[in-house]
Design a protein around this ligand. Structure first.
Ligand SMILES: *Cc1c(COP(=O)(O)O)cnc(C)c1O
Length: 367
C-alpha cells in the first residue's frame, strides 16, 4: 500500500526529539498559555517574516478570529473561491458576513483576480485568497484592488507553510494570514492547531484578546467577550521541533513533484500541475488532471495506491449553501476541474521508488 500521506514515517524520523519535548511538557504540567507557546509563536513569526504570530485552536478558528479582528461581521461581504475546503467559507458565515464566490484561473486553480472587481459592492470588506495546494495566489494585483477599494486581505495559508510569492513568504503578504496545523498539513501538530500571522499591531492585539475570553494579563479581567481558542503548549513544543525541518521537508516535496512531472510528462491524457513562475510551490498536494479521473482512481485503489480529490463538490453546489442560490455553470472553471483533479500520494518521505511504482501503475491503466 502507498498512502496519500504517511505521518508515521515522519514521526519515526524525529521520534527522539519529539518524545523528549513531550516528556518535558508533561513534567512541567504547564499546558495552556505558557513558555512553549510563546517560543513557537516567536519562531513562526520569524519564519514568516511577520511581526506577530498568534497560536489558536485550529485553522478554522484562525479564519474566524482573523475576520473578527478585521472588524468584519453582520451585513459585510467577503470574497473567496468555491474550490476550497469548507472551513474558508464557513468562517465568513460564522461572523455573520455573506460569502461571495469568485471563480479560479484554470492553471493554478487560485482566485481569478480579473473576476473580482465585478463582485465588489459597498458592503465588501475583505478578500480571502486561498493558497491552494501550497501555491500562493497571484497577490500583487489583489493588493492593488484591495487598496483601491479599501478592502482587507486575509490569506488562507492553511496549505502553504513556507510557500513564497515573489520572494515573500505566504502569510506575510496580506493584512493577516491563517494557517492550519492539522496533522497532515505541511507543518502539522499531533492534534489540532492553528496560527495567525500579521504585522499589524492592532489586529494582533485583538486576536490575542479574542482567543482567550477577551482577557487581559490580569486573570479575571475581561475587556471584551472572546473565545476559548488557544494552541496548547504540548502542540507548540512539538511544532517547534518540526518547524526546524519544514524547509527540508518542503524541498523534499518539491523534489518529489519534479520526479512525478518528469515521469508523467509523456503520458497521454494526464496533465501535471502548473507552477507559476512567481511562486515557490510547497506541494501540500500533488494534483494531476485527467478526463478518466474516477476510473483511474478506482484502478489505483485496486493496485494499493491511495489518492484523493480536493475537492469533489464545489462549495457553491453544496447543500449547505442552497440558500445562497448559486447554480451549476456559475463557476465553470471550478466545476470542470472538480471533475478532473486527482491528488496523488505526496509527502516528504515518499521515495523515488514509490513514485516510479505509482507512475508505472498509471501507465498500465487501460482507459
Ligand atoms: C485545513 C484547512 C483549513 C482548516 O484547518 P483546520 O485546522 O482543519 O481547522 C482551512 N482552509 C484550508 C484551505 C484548509 O486546507
Amino acid at each position: 500500500m502507498i498512502p496519500l500521506v504517511d505521518l508515521k514515517a515522519q514521526y519515526n524520523s524525529i521520534k527522539e526529539e519529539v518524545d523528549e519535548v513531550i516528556s518535558r511538557v508533561l513534567n512541567n504540567t504547564s499546558f495552556i498559555m505558557g513558555n512553549e507557546l510563546e517560543v513557537f509563536e516567536g519562531e513562526f513569526a520569524e519564519y514568516c517574516n511577520t511581526r506577530y504570530a498568534i497560536g489558536v485552536a485550529n485553522g478554522s478558528d484562525a479564519l474566524i478570529l482573523a475576520l473578527l479582528a478585521c472588524g468584519i461581521g453582520e451585513g459585510d461581504e467577503v470574497i473567496t473561491i468555491p474550490n476550497t475546503f469548507i472551513a474558508t467559507s464557513e468562517a465568513i458565515s460564522h461572523v455573520g458576513a455573506r460569502i461571495i464566490f469568485v471563480d479560479v484561473v484554470p492553471d493554478t486553480f487560485n482566485i481569478d483576480v480579473s473576476k473580482i472587481e465585478d463582485k465588489i459592492t459597498k458592503n465588501t470588506k475583505a478578500i480571502m485568497p486561498v493558497h491552494l495546494y501550497g501555491q500562493p495566489a497571484d497577490m500583487d494585483p489583489l493588493i492593488i484592488l484591495a487598496k483601491k477599494y479599501g478592502l482587507k486581505i486575509i490569506e488562507d495559508a492553511a496549505q502553504a507553510h513556507g510557500a513564497e510569492y515573489k520572494g515573500r513568504k505566504a502569510g506575510s503578504i496580506g493584512d493577516v494570514a491563517c494557517f492550519s496545523l492539522y496533522p497532515s498539513k505541511n507543518l502539522g501538530a499531533y492534534g489540532d492547531g492553528g496560527i495567525i500571522t500579521t504585522s499589524n499591531e492592532e489586529i494582533a492585539n485583538k486576536i490575542k484578546f479574542l482567543r482567550n475570553h477577551g482577557r487581559t494579563s490580569e486573570k479575571y479581567l475581561h475587556d471584551m467577550e472572546g473565545y476559548s481558542s488557544r494552541l496548547d503548549n504540548l502542540q507548540a513544543a512539538i511544532l517547534s521541533v518540526k518547524l526546524k525541518y519544514l524547509d527540508v521537508w518542503n524541498n523534499k516535496r518539491r523534489e518529489n513533484a519534479l520526479i512525478y512531472n518528469r515521469l508523467l510528462e509523456n503520458l497521454d491524457g494526464i496533465l501535471t500541475p502548473y507552477e507559476a513562475e512567481y511562486c515557490s510551490h510547497v506541494y501540500h498536494l500533488y494534483v494531476i488532471q485527467t478526463k478518466y479521473r474516477d476510473d483511474l482512481r478506482e484502478y489505483l485503489k485496486s493496485r494499493g495506491i491511495a489518492t484523493g480529490i480536493h475537492y469533489p463538490i464545489p462549495l457553491h453546489l453544496q447543500p449547505a449553501y442552497n440558500h445562497l442560490e448559486y447554480k451549476e455553470e456559475d463557476f465553470p472553471v471550478t466545476e470542470r476541474v472538480s471533475q478532473e483533479i486527482l491528488s496523488l500520494p505526496m509527502y516528504p518521505e515518499l521515495g523515488e521508488n514509490h513514485i516510479v511504482k505509482i507512475v508505472e501503475t498509471i501507465k498500465y491503466f487501460d482507459k
